[in-house]
Design a binder for this molecule. Structure first.
Ligand code: UGA
Length: 436
């Protein structure tokens, strides 16, 4: 089947490349000429493990191509995916649907045959209805079914998540849409990945409910970590102890500096807005958003504490290892590192940093931070070393070398990747998260 993917950002590009790998004929469309030219040259706009090779293989096999021409790209496509951005609208946190609506208008105006239009972008409940209205208003004579098919890809693991999903959710209102979507996902269906067909509005809400629930799980364990520090308990054992209960499950119970990224912060806010619009408050999610926001600066204060408090910290130097919101991405959006670095700078602490992939994106966001070429250069002369993101490269630092280079042997491990006993035995003062 020919598939058109409108929007060659993170979701569109990964999904398009994976669909091509399944044997579909995929055209990725984007308005950004520069991005399309670079993609044609094999240059990826984002860092995602394995993506460059997947794209190269499928381009070489003639199953994947790129264009800025929407009419040409969707010509003859059985399924047209909308995978454009839905950023938080400035000022009110609502998802900004300008791009989604614009694509729907253009698709309606240029459609050359019957097609299923699939919203893959994360969109609030009722967006499918709006897309359907916009396409109908274009007066197209072709049969169109509008479907919701949210993605559940994690950055850094997106290709694996796409090819071996826990489930595929499809919100559809008619048989035409259902049949085409079955065909699109047939390779996964044969792989026995469960496909859940729901109504369109239900599918749209599933996406937000999933992200809000995961954000809640993280925030819950982060608050337990704070309590552990007060009562003298260990949050990792608490997580293990509760996670072994099948009803709770062990995943997403790693305490840390708070969630960031392009999804949880934006989607929890958008869910709150929907709840407000429908006069159906989601107080738990409200608390999660507030708690997570304040946690990021609190982590900066934790580093200041390790420096001996506000007075002692002024004029000292902190090295941050890891800046991206999580490992294996170059994404800095809503990364805790931003608030942590800011809190430290506000307190008069000089900040150096190293991140394996994120420094280019981080530099404009953190102009006060000195970016270094490797972890050990960042550590040189530091009064405290702080692990902000759990990149593999930081899991086995040469502690003797760190001790020699740093001004003081103080380690703040915001991801609990070190065994406190080992680090203390190496002569460091160690602070983790929720490990009294
Ligand atoms: C998240 C979801 O996991 C995906 O299923 C979803 O498709 C995606 O959002 C989206 O809506 O597009 P992602 O933002 O890539 O994926 O990252 P996660 O791996 O979920 O991590 C999010 C944040 O939570 C990170 O800052 C991470 O460090 C933090 N986290 C995660 C914790 O602090 N503790 C945990 O136990 C897990």
């Amino acid at each position: 089947m020919k598939i058109a993917m409108v929007g060659s950002g993170y979701v569109g590009l990964v999904s398009g490349a994976c669909f091509a790998d399944f044997g579909h004929d995929v055209v990725c469309i984007d308005t950004d000429q520069n991005k399309v030219d670079r993609l044609k040259d094999g240059v990826m706009p984002i860092y995602e493990p394995g993506l460059d090779q997947l794209v190269a293989n499928n381009v070489a096999a003639g199953r994947l191509s790129f264009t800025t021409d929407l009419a040409q790209g969707i010509d003859g496509a059985g399924a047209i995916f909308i995978a454009v951005g839905t950023p938080s609208r400035r000022g009110d946190g609502h998802a900004d649907l300008t791009y989604v609506h614009e694509v729907a208008r253009q698709v309606g105006d240029t459609l050359s045959g019957d097609a299923v239009v699939v919203t893959k972008s994360t969109v609030p409940v009722g967006t499918g209805d709006a897309v359907e209205r916009i396409i109908a208003d274009s007066g197209t004579a072709h049969k169109v079914s509008v479907v919701s098919n949210p993605e559940f890809l994690r950055e850094g693991a997106a290709i694996g998540d796409f090819k071996r999903p826990d489930r595929i959710v499809i919100g559809v209102e008619d048989d035409f849409g259902r049949d085409v979507m079955r065909e699109v996902y047939r390779p996964l269906f044969l792989n026995e990945s469960p496909i859940l067909f729901t109504s369109r509005r239900t599918s749209e809400l599933i996406k937000y409910a999933a992200n809000a629930f995961l954000a809640t799980k993280i925030t819950f364990i982060n608050e337990m970590a704070d309590l552990c520090e007060k009562v003298g308990a260990n949050v990792q054992d608490v997580a293990r102890g509760i996670g072994m209960d099948n009803r709770i499950g062990p995943k997403f119970l790693h305490a840390g500096p708070g969630y960031g990224g392009s999804c949880f912060p934006k989607d929890t806010l958008a869910l709150l807005k929907t709840a407000e619009d429908y006069d159906s408050p989601t107080r738990i999610v409200e608390a999660v958003v507030k708690t997570n926001d304040s946690r990021k600066r609190a982590m900066g204060r934790k580093v200041i504490e390790a420096l001996g408090g506000a007075d002692a910290a002024r004029g000292k130097k902190a090295a941050l290892l890891g800046l991206t919101f999580k490992p294996n991405t170059d994404d800095m959006r809503d990364s805790p590192a931003i608030a942590i670095a800011q809190t430290l700078s506000d307190a008069g602490v000089e900040v150096t940093a190293y991140d394996p992939e994120g420094m280019e994106q981080a530099a404009p966001l953190l102009p006060q931070v000195t970016m270094c070429d490797d972890p050990y250069t960042a550590i040189e002369g530091a009064d405290v070393v702080t692990i902000v993101t759990e990149w593999d490269a930081f899991r086995a630092l040469d502690l003797n070398r760190v001790k020699d280079l740093a001004k003081a042997p103080v380690l703040v491990d915001l991801r609990n990747i070190y065994d406190p006993q080992d680090v203390r035995a190496a002569g460091f003062a160690y602070t983790g998260v929720g490990r009294a």
